[in-house]
Design a protein around this ligand. Sequence first.
Ligand code: NAD
Ligand code: UFG
Length: 352
Amino acid sequence: MEGEWRKSILVTGGAGYIGSHTTLQLLLDGYKVVVIDNLDNSSEEAVRRVAKLAGEYGHNLSFHQVDLRDKEATEKVFSLEKFDAVIHFAGLKAVGESVAKPLLYYNNNIVGTLNLLEIMTAHNCKKLVFSSSATVYGQPNEVPCTEDFPLCAMNPYGRTKLFIEEICRDAHQADPEWKIMLLRYFNPVGAHSSGNIGEDPRGIPNNLMPFVQQVAVGRRPELVVFGTDYKTKDGTGVRDYIHVMDLSDGHIAALRKLFETKDIGCEVYNLGTGQGTSVLEMVAAFEKASGKKIPLKLADRRPGDPETVYASTEKAEQELNWKAQYGIEEMCRDQWNWARKNPWGYGSPETD
Ligand code: NAD
Ligand code: UFG
């Protein structure tokens, strides 16, 4: 869109998995993007590859290694450039680690966000897109989850998401100039079709698909399936997997809505596909896409895991004019392409 050409977006956590894919889509859409990231769970190589994939738009990307808890350093980035909006991905996200280190999670996610909101206020930048999570639905009593379901966090990580949602609602209540999109992601998987950017978690992966991918390339011997006695089609947990490129496009749609709607206030949207897929179905789809056998070890349920979670997609479809395009075949195809080309993530040499 012509009028949006020079809009400048600050992307916090833009070196991370979802942030890097969204940054690429923003650049290709003609936005200027400034990424800040402390590289706690990512590498600058991701930012370099995004700039390369963006081709002629790559020069519209800049990067600052900054921790949001360092208010002075964050403030400095705002003094260099006037931002039209902020997409705030930066945060720690490992559920188990959050149970072991709750103070770290509250400090990083909440203090980081408070700093950001205060600095945005001081610089009169009051448009925000925030990465919330389906985790705020806890163990839903029914599915699909609609945005008006009761909220209930199951662990410190989930509570940071819930608290930040409330902080955003309060900020808007006190100052209606704020325009905020709270996006509740379901289960992002897959990678950019080039296979040059993707998810590269540090340490042992917590989530299903990064683990499956590491089994496929021989980094781990088997997948442990957490729970085979759920009341689901095959006894394993059911989730709403969404291709990371669809998720990225959901952010562009949300941003457009922020810029185009006068009194948008503080709104919440699910970003999912509306389809539930079991662990065994996902493994089968990945085996088909990769031609690799994934050895399984059947185990007990993982504490705190809900049985079945998937999204109602109606609100996002109607109000953001956005709908996920890809199914699990494409998710697994692109996940495998990234894994095949980068078996050691960003530590692997770039192949083209
Ligand atoms: P990620 O870890 O790949 O990306 C997060 C980025 O934030 C990392 O690059 C990390 O280095 C950076 N970061 C963390 N704390 C920071 C700080 N204090 N200052 C600056 N940078 C900091 O994770 P992701 O999967 O891309 O997730 C992005 C966001 O989406 C997170 O807020 C996450 O909680 C949320 N989310 C993710 C999922 C998922 O399954 N991936 C699901 C729901 C919500
Ligand atoms: N699973 C396994 N083995 C593994 C990992 C996962 O069997 O090694 C199973 C889980 O039990 C679950 C399914 O695969 O049934 C998906 O698990 P993930 O950990 O990939 O995803 P979750 O839905 O449990 O949680 C993820 C994020 C949360 C986020 C939530 C919703 O970890 O932070 O999605 O967005 F809140």
